[in-house]
Write a protein that binds this ligand. Structure first.
Ligand code: GLN
Length: 308
């Protein structure tokens, strides 16, 4: 398919799916997130030669939220190795909502790193080292995966989440009690709230997605950002656990590894083909972007992206 044809297809799909935002709701459990316009929508694709295709509100900035989870997972494995990471977190889907506490009772090792309990445990592993404090280590890694030296931080969303995070706090203290988290719980939580509050646009997330799709190499500048094995592991965890309690049906229907966030973004890498990212703040009741999922469904069909 030629470049122009792909742009036209993407534009068409976005225009066709944009009204489906009416079938969902913007997240409001973090008060600052509820201020967004529900009908924003964007899609970006980057192919393996580094060419990008951008439609809709692709440069609208939103907070990364749970899309940070696969990226911080990659970082933690790079910093500490697979064994240390998977001693604390499993790789099995839960079939439960993203901030569920149910499955931890009797099984304190979080099922996977894509749900809040698992992600908080992973974040607690990122510790100060010679290249800086834990916040700077995450920021520098995000700058690399987004190919963007000006990654900003949303103070309002960060504070809003920190003040209302009773559920995440209870997950973290439970994990500390069971020695899954060591050290200062509030410090780990604070870092987790901060990692969720970096501002990104759909192009930034598409770049990270393209790096994961291209086996860890940035297709735009050729740099190796993530080791190949880690990129493959992260894609696999996203395929089975990235869309929370919709992960199974999404994998069957769309067949692309994906990670959603409650501000409406989705990162979806198609191995050796495209880094895709979609955005639309209106969510289904599992916390996944309605418009974003619809765009991915259609793209998967039109471009035969289903991996199975
Ligand atoms: N910061 C959010 C939280 O912990 C992220 C959740 C999400 O994007 N699903 O609740």
């Amino acid at each position: 398919m030629s470049n122009t044809k792909l742009n036209i297809l993407l534009e068409d799909i976005l225009n066709n799916k944009i009204n489906s935002y009416k079938n969902g709701k913007v997240a409001n459990y973090i008060p600052a997130l509820s201020k967004v316009k529900p009908d924003l929508a964007a899609a970006v694709m980057i192919d393996m030669s580094g060419e990008s295709y951008k439609v809709g509100d692709w440069n609208y900035k939103y907070t990364i939220q749970s899309i940070s989870k696969p990226l911080v997972l990659a970082l933690a494995i790079m910093e500490l190795g697979e064994e240390a990471v998977f001693k604390r977190v499993g790789v099995e889907p839960t079939g439960e909502e993203f901030n569920s506490i149910n499955k931890l009772v009797g099984h304190p090792k979080p099922f996977n790193p894509m749900i809040n309990a698992g992600a908080i445990a992973i974040t607690s592993l990122i510790r100060e080292n010679k290249s800086g404090n834990s916040f700077d280590i995450i920021l520098k890694f995000f700058e690399k995966v987004f190919g963007n030296k000006d990654v900003e931080f949303d103070e309002e969303v960060y504070k809003s989440e920190k003040m209302t995070a009773d559920r995440n706090r209870s997950l973290a203290y439970f994990l500390k009690d069971h020695r899954i988290i060591s050290g200062d719980v509030e410090k780990s939580l604070d870092l987790y709230f901060k990692q969720c509050s970096f501002k990104v646009d759909t192009l930034d997330i598409a770049r990270a997605s393209a790096i994961l799709a291209n086996n860890g190499f940035d297709p735009i500048n050729g740099n190796e950002v993530i080791p190949e094995k880690v990129a493959s592991l992260v894609r696999s965890v996203m395929l089975t656990c990235g869309m929370y309690d919709r992960s199974g049906s999404f994998a069957i229907e769309v067949g692309i590894p994906a990670k959603s966030g409650v501000s409406g973004g989705i990162l979806a890498p198609v191995k050796n083909r495209f880094g895709i990212s979609v955005f639309g703040p209106s969510l289904d009741n599992s916390g996944n972007s309605v418009v974003g999922m619809n765009i991915l469904r259609k793209l998967s069909k039109e471009l035969s992206l289903h991996m199975i």
